[in-house]
Write a protein that binds this ligand. Structure first.
Ligand code: ZN
Ligand code: ZN
Length: 230
């Protein structure tokens, strides 16, 4: 599992709806210390005794919220963690947290890249997400909806900054930069309910991907995404 921003109870309920559970889960990885990513982590780890992995900086900032855990395994950018044939490789992302990372996951020749909670697309991000089979990418906001919307000025400034979140356009640019003929699946993630409209995000992604149309799925906040395979 990557991040756990919901309560342990809600996570359990959603896992059940997609026919999954926590028994036998190999690991929980945490990308960074913001509450929408760690709220459920402590109870989840304590109840199910799942090994925990995060960066040193994230643990320093998050341990008072996560609480007592049996072990915290430190991960570092560009150093993959292996579980049999499955590998999880952290890479650095620009976000206003202590030591944020995202991940590329590989298993039996298939690959999946995750990129949420980043303020801009760096050459490093593009390099990591090239030639993968599936991408889980942030399409956080539509820039004009954010600007015209109800958030305080300081919050708008933070979201738009280089260490905030990717807009639909940023997401489109990232997709255009890493697109290739074998890209099979794109999941648009971390979408604001206030500052975005799912159809806007989807159209922008579709336009960026052009002719080669992988499946585009929108991840919603309030219910689990169907189980997807690549
Ligand atoms: Zn977040
Ligand atoms: Zn964040």
């Amino acid at each position: 599992m990557i991040d756990a921003g919901l309560s342990e109870r809600k996570l359990s309920a959603r896992m059940t709806r997609i026919d999954r559970n926590f028994s036998g889960m190999d690991a929980v990885f945490v990308t960074h210390e913001h509450s929408d990513h760690i709220r459920g982590v402590g109870p989840l780890l304590r109840r199910h005794e799942i090994p925990f992995f995060t960066t040193e900086g994230t643990w320093r900032r998050a341990n008072h919220i996560i609480g007592k855990v049996s072990s915290c395994n430190t991960i570092r950018e560009n150093e993959p963690v292996h579980f049999g044939e499955l590998s999880v490789e952290p890479y650095s992302i620009p976000h206003d947290a202590e030591e944020p990372v995202s991940f590329v996951i590989r298993y039996q020749g298939k690959s999946l890249g995750i990129a949420t909670d980043l303020g801009r697309v760096t050459p490093e991000v593009i390099k990591k997400l090239k030639n993968l089979d599936a991408l889980l990418i942030e399409a956080n906001h539509d820039i004009s909806m954010l600007e015209a919307g109800p958030y305080p000025w300081i919050t708008k400034k933070r979201i738009k900054s280089d260490v905030g979140h990717l807009s639909n356009e940023d997401c489109g640019e990232l997709l255009a930069s890493v697109n290739h003929s074998n890209l099979k699946l794109v999941v648009l993630m971390h979408m604001s309910e206030t500052n975005n409209h799912p159809e806007l995000a989807k159209i922008t992604a579709q336009q960026a991907l052009g002719e080669s149309l992988p499946a585009i799925i929108l991840a919603k906040q309030n219910h689990p995404t169907e189980l997807l395979s690549i």
